[in-house]
Design a protein around this ligand. Structure first.
Ligand code: PMP
Length: 338
């Protein structure tokens, strides 16, 4: 049995910095802070989830580097978190992705030693790639001896991991958190933070940041295509709990781009699309929040993985029609349009 303690590079998962967003604080008359998750060694908040889902299995011996195979369908941050962890412990990892996964992410996965399987044929019934990916995972799990599927959409360890995320936020601040803005995909972060808040009787209002067109909190989502990954989901995950957030803000892909660009322009923080979504959600709600409220934004990953999309004017114009006008799109309240 391997030593399952968090050592080496894995000892740096979590304990990410909480930074004040000073310009936003002044402009919005709020105390704004950001939990900057790109400082995790794999570059995102999903390192926490990867560790939480696999570590106890290593501890009990259920996962054994001599024979176990980890199989997961993920095209982004969780895949990278798992690839890093599996490399560290010498576990074989098969990652099932589809043609939409960026070449950059596939290269990162392979660099960590993951075996990447690309599914190119959509599910015959739905015409979608996700069910085809999941079908391939099920097939691998059924046929490979000692295969383990962490399944972040159903695994209770996913939300559990983020009770610590919220504890870190709370202990880093002198003031109580009034509003927490959390991008929601599997809803693991949202639920874990919410559970910590309830357990400790805190007054924090949890605001889920979701995508327009996502089925997470909208029973009849509009049929819009979503190009920016991370937040939003086409089906409700098994761990879903509709009562987890106090409020939900829905944002478009263009809102994400506008939020990302405002964040880098004002605060020099280069972040991913769901972080931009949180920035825009904050600006939308800001006029209705009491002055001086303490707001925390969870920024799940960095911007380096989005240079060819969110930070490319050509891509944005081609796919979203126009480059956002920062202050008109993110903060009409600041530009006087409201
Ligand atoms: N943003 C990014 C960039 C992500 O990779 C994820 C995970 N899919 C999320 C937000 C959503 O986090 P969660 O799965 O904990 O809801």
């Amino acid at each position: 049995m391997v030593n399952p303690a968090l050592r080496g590079i894995l000892s740096t998962v979590g304990s990410t910095p909480l930074v004040e967003l000073e310009r936003f604080s002044v402009e919005l008359d709020l105390q704004v802070h950001a939990k900057v998750e790109k400082f995790n060694p794999g570059g995102s908040i999903k390192d926490r989830t990867a560790v939480a889902m696999l570590l106890d299995k290593l501890h009990t011996g259920e996962l054994d580097p001599a024979r176990s195979v980890v199989v997961e369908s993920s095209s982004g941050n969780l895949a990278i978190g798992l690839a890093q962890l599996c490399r560290y412990f010498g576990l074989r990892f098969i990652c099932v992705v589809d043609a939409k996964t960026t070449g950059h992410n596939v290269k990162i996965l392979r660099a960590y030693g993951a075996e990447v399987e690309v599914v190119t044929t959509p599910d015959p019934e739905t015409g979608e790639l996700l069910p085809a990916r999941l079908a391939r995972v099920r097939e691998l799990v059924a046929t490979l001896p000692h295969a383990f599927w962490p399944n972040q959409y159903a695994n209770p360890r996913n939300p559990q991991a983020h009770e610590r995320t919220m504890r870190e936020i709370v202990t880093a601040l002198d003031d109580p958190v009034d509003y927490l803005f959390v991008p929601a995909g599997t809803t693991g972060t949202l639920q874990g933070c919410g559970r910590y808040v309830r357990r400790h009787g805190l007054r924090t209002e949890i605001i889920a940041v979701d995508a327009v067109g996502s089925a997470l909190f909208d029973p009849a989502p509009p049929p819009v295509s979503r190009l920016i990954p991370g937040h939003g989901a086409s089906v409700r995950p098994r761990i879903h709990d509709a009562s987890a957030p106090h409020r939900v803000v829905h944002v478009t892909d263009l809102d994400c781009v506008a939020g990302c660009r405002a964040l880098v322009e004002r605060e020099a923080v280069l972040a991913g699309g769901s972080s931009g979504a949180a920035v825009t959600a904050l600006h939308r709600l800001a006029p209705s929040l009491p002055r001086g409220s303490t707001c925390v934004l969870v920024l799940p990953d960095g911007g380096d993985r989005y240079l060819d999309t969110i930070y490319s004017d050509e891509w944005v114009v081609e796919h979203l029609g126009r480059v956002p006008d920062l202050w008109a799109d993110v903060a009409p309240v600041l530009s006087g349009a409201n």
